[in-house]
Design a protein around this ligand. Structure first.
Ligand code: FMN
Length: 496
């Protein structure tokens, strides 16, 4: 059974012994960050946290608890998506993509249910009063300062909603998008929307602005964990995140009509902030914000969202995350994407064996990829292919290795790569779009990329010397030493 909402997810985490409940008062003004940061930096990602008595900036008690680090370990990320291993989802997708059309009518008919599996669980809009609208605040009752919106880091421009699913629609096609974008509180009924220029929400806004139409926006906090994750996944603009969440869950996501617009919102959300952007209004200064690069992202201009209503459960829980110097909770969300989307990358770049983005590389700064090299120049082909795929286009450094290298172990990947390269021959620079958060590129969102071909070099690539083997002990000697190990009296922390 899929987990339907944040409280079910919290209960499952608790049952797994992975939840730490903090029952003393803790301020939402940076104290939650300091506690959560220490947990997230501990081995394996630390426990999920539930602050039952958060205090507001003025010191008063908040009316709801704050939950942090729910997705912050491989185990909890798998729990969120209802699997034992994240690779199970990638394997399910790979099986669906293995679409060789069978011979004969019966074979073709047998294929149809498999194809339909992707879209088998479209979101379902329910009637009546959904849980996320048990309380509806409008007009003068809308006051974000009454909610426990944390201030994360000392130089942050204000309090931020950090684990939000921002719902918009493409005005031309009607396709919905849900994106995880940070949202800065500007006042009691206004926020700044940090959808970066490469993201789908920003594309919808540009289209609405070109039409001069007011743009409805809904910001969902909570809901089923697969939907929360899906908001962070780099899906193509044509795929509805709630449909994808239904595929992950094996059950539809339940939606409800928003109270102030024709958008639909997750019925099981804890809180929904409904509002609109007026494209005729000037942009507002957003930030600075202590970001997932480990540095502050500088203040810049983004659209203002006017809040028309805040709806919530009778007893909501405020979902929150912090970003900062890695590793943080977002590493595990990104890691799920890495495992789930690998088969899709292999569809167009089939020689890819595995791919890994280590935490220190904050996703786009460093991509290790192993390939089954079959012809000269293939490493360059793979890099160019990756730079041509969706948000992979933002990758700053791509290192290509042979298939026998475990790229999920950065120490092994660097060890082999540094041995295998002649820098002048094997390093190339290219140009392209850069992540909005990159503070070093020559222009905003524009700069250079580096590719390293760390594969074994072939004669056709101009390498005529002999290539050495990796040192590996023979099996017979290993077995002999295994047999004598206990009698050696050598005490090692873990057996090598
Ligand atoms: C915790 C967290 C915070 C994020 N904050 C932002 C943000 O403020 N702005 C942004 O454009 N992307 C942000 N992202 C990345 C997007 O969620 C991600 O690129 C996603 O694919 C965007 O969805 P879209 O492709 O539908 O636009 C964040 C991701 C995570 C995990």
């Amino acid at each position: 059974m899929a987990l339907d909402n944040l409280r079910a997810f919290l209960s499952a985490i608790d049952a797994a012994g992975d939840l730490a409940r903090v029952d003393r008062p803790v301020s939402i003004d940076k104290e939650i960050t300091e506690i959560a940061d220490r947990c997230m930096k501990s081995p394996g990602g630390g426990p999920a946290l539930l602050f039952t008595k958060p205090t507001l900036v003025g010191g008063g008690a908040a009316r709801m608890p704050v939950a942090v680090n729910l997705f912050g370990s491989e185990r909890r990320m798998a729990l969120a998506l209802g699997v034992d291993r994240l690779d199970e989802i990638g394997e399910r997708i790979a099986e669906l993509l293995n679409l060789k059309v069978p011979d004969g009518l019966f074979g073709k008919l047998a294929m149809l249910p498999r194809l339909a599996e992707v879209a088998k669980f479209p979101p379902k809009t329910i009637g009546g009063r959904p849980p996320c609208q048990e309380i509806v605040l409008r007009g003068a009752d809308v006051d974000l300062s009454q909610l426990p919106v944390p201030i994360c880091w000392p130089q942050d421009g204000g309090p931020y909603l950090t684990l939000a699913g921002v719902i918009t629609r493409d005005p031309a096609t009607g396709t919905r998008n849900v994106g995880m974008y940070r949202v800065q509180v500007l006042g009691k009924d206004a926020v700044a929307m940090h959808w970066q220029r490469h993201k789908v929400g920003a594309a919808h806004w540009r289209e609405m602005a070109a039409r001069g139409e007011t743009m409805p926006v809904a910001i969902a906090l909570g809901g089923d964990p697969a939907s929360i994750y899906a908001a962070s996944a780099p899906l193509p603009p044509t795929i509805d995140e709630f449909l994808f969440a239904g595929f992950l869950r094996g059950e539809p996501v339940r939606l409800a009509k928003a109270v102030t617009s024709d958008l639909e919102v997750p019925a099981e959300a804890e809180i929904v902030v409904e509002g609109f952007v007026d494209p005729r209004e000037p942009l507002v200064l957003e930030g600075p914000f202590g970001d997932h690069t480990g540095f502050y992202s500088l203040a810049d201009y983004y659209p203002k969202v006017h809040i028309a209503a805040i709806t919530m459960r009778a007893e909501p829980i405020w979902p929150h995350t912090i970003v900062g110097r890695p590793p943080m909770e977002d590493y595990y969300l990104g890691h799920a994407t890495e495992r789930i989307f690998l088969p899709l990358l292999k569809l167009t770049i089939p020689e890819i064996v595995d791919l890994h983005m280590p935490a220190e590389g904050i996703f786009h700064n460093l991509v290790f990829v192993s390939i089954d090299k079959q012809y000269p120049g293939q490493a360059w082909k793979v890099m160019n292919g990756l730079w041509g795929q969706g948000l992979m286009s933002l990758a700053k450094l791509i290192v290509v290795l042979d298939k026998d290298v475990n790229v999920r172990d950065p120490k092994e990947a660097w060890w082999v790569a540094l041995n295998h390269i002649d820098p002048e021959r094997d390093v190339r620079f290219s140009m392209g779009p850069m992540d909005v958060l990159d503070h070093s590129s020559r222009g905003f969102t524009y700069g250079s990329k580096m590719g390293i071909d760390a594969t074994r070099k072939w004669k056709e690539e101009g390498f005529t010397r002999e290539w050495p083997d990796k040192i590996v002990m023979d099996d017979a000697t290993r077995a002999k030493v295994d047999a004598m190990w206990r009698s050696l009296g050598i005490d090692l922390p873990s057996r090598p």
